[in-house]
Design a protein around this ligand. Sequence first.
Ligand SMILES: NC(=O)c1ccc[n+]([C@@H]2O[C@H](COP(=O)([O-])OP(=O)(O)OC[C@H]3O[C@@H](n4cnc5c(N)ncnc54)[C@H](O)[C@@H]3O)[C@@H](O)[C@H]2O)c1
Length: 273
Amino acid sequence: MNPTVTTEAATAEESVISYGRNFDVRDRVIVITGAGQGIGREYAREFAAAGALTVIAEVNDDSSRRVAAEIEQAGGTALAVPTDVADSASVAALTDTVVGEFGRIDALINNAAIFSSLTMRPFEDIPLEEWDTVLRVNITGSFLCARAVAPHMRAAGWGRIVNIMSGAVPLGVRNYLHYVTSKAALIGMTNSLARELGASGITVNAIQPGGTFTEVPRETVTAEGKANLIAGQCIPREEVPMDLVGLALFLCTPAAGFITGQTIACDGGLTHT
Ligand SMILES: NC(=O)c1ccc[n+]([C@@H]2O[C@H](COP(=O)([O-])OP(=O)(O)OC[C@H]3O[C@@H](n4cnc5c(N)ncnc54)[C@H](O)[C@@H]3O)[C@@H](O)[C@H]2O)c1
């Protein structure tokens, strides 16, 4: 066996307690980008509730601090680090702050995206500046964050990177061409990063949510569109952020140590990958 590759799964000889630890994120340092609202906020709250040391890396200072305070009030540990994922200096400051505070980075959830604020429009009407901004945040931001955490994970010989993709890619949703294109790029990024980082004990996977309804209103979602979406799922009810939490938590545990380079749909059966 390659000596740099270790097996993380519990062996038959290990106790029930160590088996339980395999499904544990307690004391893991988890950086969640874009966690100031919506699905990212739910990841942050639930990782913290599960005992992780949660970092809110969010461009909106107010919301990042609000979510951190919410977690602390609930008895969890959270650190708000206002971060623009599209800016390499800001991302470098993020990793410096996290390592300074906690000494390591165990997992990165690349959740930040330009999404709920987007106006849906035919692709010919997308301004070039908006196209560039969406690709810069959604693709380059994920690259910059992965590049910044990787040395810390390599040094530890353990790490988890989770990229947040979208069901809009396999569905080929109309009128969001920059967004869909950006999310499609994350599949390739996930596959290639998994190959580059696997021998260092780092897994890289993508979660593919379906249409998920958060506390953030979206003008582009009509009642008819929502009903059609739900009718297309095997489980015909609206998807909520909590539906995505179990998969995100699992991918960051030792138990998921042999799963890498995968895009996993969590959408009530809207798509079949
Ligand atoms: N809600 C859905 O239906 C759905 C479906 C599929 C995939 N997703 C994906 O899930 C993730 C979360 O979705 P959401 O509905 O909570 O989106 P959202 O738009 O409500 O939240 C995105 C968050 O990212 C932050 N952000 C934007 N630019 C940033 C930057 N440069 N640096 C740091 N933070 C930045 C925003 O301030 C915001 O807090 C996104 O990646 C989205 O593409 C969402």
